[in-house]
Ligand binder design. Structure first.
Ligand code: GSH
Length: 209
């Protein structure tokens, strides 16, 4: 079978989670840094979202589906626990993050910092300020989730953690969420512990020059 090709901009949190999954499994792959809606992407995902993946005749979109494929096709540590309860809890966290927390933490809060649309190129406070209470609530949920074991599911590093860590690492760079994280001992130690993993450290997107 041809080698695995992952397609999408490295700065995307969703692309990065697939890269972390591939690194955890020790899979060699090619990264094609294509933008959303570019031809390489729409050829696989009609919605134009990244990441997409090619592996021989298999094409896939949706980061969680890609990670499940990688987990089952390649040897190495299980990213989704094989016991039904652990597997369901992992899926619960992935769904929770992707369908609810991502909307608040990334789309509504982080994106206005990354693409400032306010006067003089400053972040648009009219977008950021109203969402701060929801950001705090989301981070409180995360804090509770990691407090007991330093993992989201049991005491195992799973795709639930992989799926969350890139978002938290971006949030650390922002004033309000960054300050919450700096004062949260559970999130601080969670991030410190997992940022040291080779799979996480080696997939940080390099800033464009
Ligand atoms: N549910 C998708 C979400 C992927 C996603 O939203 N990717 C963003 C980049 S971080 C994107 O391609 N955005 C372009 C768009 O929404 O049109 C997944 O898990 O892969």
């Amino acid at each position: 079978m041809d080698g695995l090709i992952l397609i999408g901009v490295p700065a995307s949190t969703y692309v990065r989670v697939c890269r972390i999954a591939l690194a955890e499994k020790g899979v060699t792959y090619e990264l094609v840094p294509a933008r959303p809606h570019s031809p390489d992407v729409t050829a696989i995902n009609p919605l134009g979202k990244v990441p997409v993946m090619r592996h021989g005749s298999v094409t896939l979109s949706e980061s969680s589906a890609i990670a499940r494929y990688i987990d089952q096709v390649f040897p190495g540590p299980a990213l989704f626990p094989t016991d039904p309860v652990g597997n369901a809890y992992t899926e619960q966290w992935v769904s929770r993050v992707n369908s609810s927390l991502d909307l608040v933490l990334v789309r509504q809060y982080l994106i206005p910092y990354i693409f400032p649309g306010g006067p003089d190129g400053a972040p648009d406070r009219s977008k950021i300020d109203p969402v701060i209470p929801a950001v705090t609530k989301a981070l409180e949920l995360v804090q509770t989730g990691v407090a007991a074991t330093g993992h989201l599911v049991g005491d195992q590093f799973t795709f639930a953690d992989i799926n969350l860590i890139p978002i938290l690492e971006y949030l650390q760079m922002t004033p309000e969420a960054g300050s919450f994280i700096a004062q949260s001992q559970p999130i601080q130690s969670y991030l410190k512990r997992h940022a040291a993993r080779e799979s996480v450290a080696s997939t940080v997107a390099k800033r464009a020059a």
